[in-house]
Ligand binder design. Structure first.
Ligand code: 0RQ
Length: 504
């Protein structure tokens, strides 16, 4: 009856999630699978919460340090945070309860470049990993493991952990087999070798996740879907941002600075990226490729229509409808989709070699082109830097896109000085809003300020920004990056005090 667990030795280790939870103790560091709502464990976190509840009734604490690939879902981050079960979280999250606890100071959070997490773990910078909890799609008779709908840091967690708990989820398609490419050639310096991946379609590793069987202490059977959020069609602002980016691509092709089939695309998830992808899909492009973190609905559609010939990523992030489409035509998609571990999907060496076009969101940008992707008003964590730094720093083009205002127009996304910096002026090549696009390449800071204010700022904030900039230039201070230091963050302070950045 255990149709997905064919290995006799591992059949011996099948147990309930509650039994498996006993392998995790208070204070343990636990590495779980999961990336953007795909392939996270569905049962163990809930069982841990029950355990935490019992311990709390006995007046004993129960908290773990939780490492994952990236964001997960309410069944993992949500329930554990809600039960006060997380002491420290890394490397990325987007859960409302987690976020609230990080910002109230109850939970420690380490926000890391996603490509770098495995190197941190291997090098011992993060301390020891006690347990790995990994969702898989199935186990062959000889013990080979078919990975699930994300790879993330799973390879690193199973290598580093003392004990391994597997969740075998019968709702993941067994036909995912063959889609993954787990690379076993990574090493720490000074033993590193070049990674011989020259095209997004290249396969350089194994279809299976190599797991030392003697470390597997439990196998838990589950049957639950990933967090497949419904797809909302792009709004007018996202459509306009996409139009601006598509016009820029056309311009770059005409100038001979981009080939007709562009360069490998990296794109975040959400409304704006989806609008860009559907614009590309309807724009007469052929043979595009993607080298990215996440395959969302738009990319599946582009593979189907032939606009995109290959997509390499570390995870899916699909709507329920798109998941049905994937599963119904998985033999077609398996030829065109490759899922890799995140230290390869986001690798700086590969991003530079392929010349990736990186397209990511931002919270705010300043007039000189520094970008804040993570902190609201300089102090409150939103999600994390994710892969945006891996791609923006090392890609060929880094495009940051945002509506020009937030919170019903009370906040300008273009500010005199960002209240936190994730991407510096050296890494940001293009900023785009629904107002227009600023190509910052080859411009000095003062040239950049004019272009960003004129092209990207909302009309309601343009005069206010120009006024700041002109007074900074007249202040008699340094003219390389003119600032009024006592005023540079006053827009944020005004918002905190009055609920708007507008001067009246
Ligand atoms: O909050 O919903 O509570 O109103 O931030 O903003 O405009 O819906 O845009 O969903 O694309 O998120 C940078 C957060 C943008 C995201 C960020 C508030 C705004 C809203 C969301 P509400 P939008 P998005 C990709 C690589 C870092 C990780 C990354 C992100 C909420 O893109 O996390 O790039 N990026 N990974 O109201 C106050 C401002 C604000 C603001 C927006 N200036 N001040 N609040 N918001 N700007 C890989 C993957 O994606 C997997």
């Amino acid at each position: 009856s255990h149709s997905r667990i064919l290995c006799p030795e591992l059949q011996q280790k099948i147990m309930t999630a509650e039994q498996a939870a006993d392998f995790i103790r208070d204070g343990d560091t636990v590495g779980m699978s999961g990336f953007t709502g795909a392939g996270y464990p569905k049962a163990l976190p809930g069982a841990l919460v029950n355990k935490a509840q019992i311990q709390r009734d006995l007046k004993k604490p129960f908290k773990i340090n939780l490492w994952t690939g990236a964001s997960t879902a309410p069944e993992l981050d949500g329930v554990l945070a809600d039960a006060d079960g997380i002491n420290l979280r890394l490397p990325y999250q987007s859960d409302p309860i987690c976020r609230q606890q990080i910002n109230s100071g109850q939970m420690h959070y380490i926000d890391l470049h996603l490509s770098e997490v495995s190197q941190y773990a291997w090098s011992g910078f993060l301390g020891d990993l006690d347990v790995a909890v990994i969702e898989v799609a199935g186990i062959h008779e000889d013990g080979r493991i078919i990975p699930s709908s994300s790879v993330g840091n799973n390879k690193t967690w199973v290598e580093q952990a003392d004990k391994i708990i597997l969740e075998v989820n019968s709702q993941q398609s067994l036909k995912l087999e063959g889609m993954h490419d787990i690379y076993y050639g990574t090493a720490l310096p000074p033993h590193r070798k070049p990674i011989l991946l020259n095209e997004p379609a290249d396969r350089i590793g194994s279809q299976y996740l190599d797991i030392p069987q003697d470390k597997i202490v439990a196998v838990v059977e589950t049957s639950a879907p990933d967090r497949n959020s419904p797809f909302s069609p792009p709004d007018a602002v996202s459509e306009q941002i996409a139009t601006n980016i598509l016009a820029f691509f056309e311009h770059e092709i005409k100038k001979g600075r981009l080939p007709a089939n562009l360069l490998p695309l990296q794109s975040g998830v959400g409304n704006i990226p989806n609008a860009v992808l559907s614009g590309l899909d309807n724009g007469g492009y052929k043979n595009l490729s993607a080298y990215t973190e996440v395959i969302q609905d738009g990319m599946l559609q582009m593979l189907k229509s032939g606009t995109l010939s290959v997509a390499s990523a570390t995870a899916f992030s699909l709507s329920p409808d798109a998941l049905v489409e994937l599963n119904e035509n998985i033999d077609f998609y398996r030829e065109k989709i490759i899922l890799r571990q995140q230290d390869i999907s986001n690798h700086p060496e590969i991003a530079r070699r392929l010349g990736i076009i990186a397209m990511n969101g931002l919270i705010e940008a300043d007039i000189y082109g520094n970008v804040n992707s993570t902190h609201v008003m300089g102090t409150r964590m939103m999600n994390g830097i994710g892969g945006s730094g891996d791609f923006a720093r090392n890609g060929y083009l880094s495009i940051f896109m945002t509506p020009s205002t937030a919170k019903n127009g009370a906040i300008s996304a273009i500010v005199p000085m960002v209240s936190h910096v994730d991407h510096t002026e050296h890494d940001v090549k293009v900023v785009v809003t629904e107002q227009g696009l600023a190509d910052l390449r080859g411009l000095s800071p003062r040239q950049r300020a004019r272009v960003i204010i004129n092209n990207c700022a909302h009309p309601d904030f343009k005069d206010q920004l120009l006024d700041y900039y002109e007074r900074a230039c007249a202040s008699g201070r340094g003219m390389h990056t003119p600032h009024l230091l006592n005023e540079a963050l006053s827009w944020h302070e005004r918002f905190e005090q009055t609920g708007t950045m507008r001067q009246d």
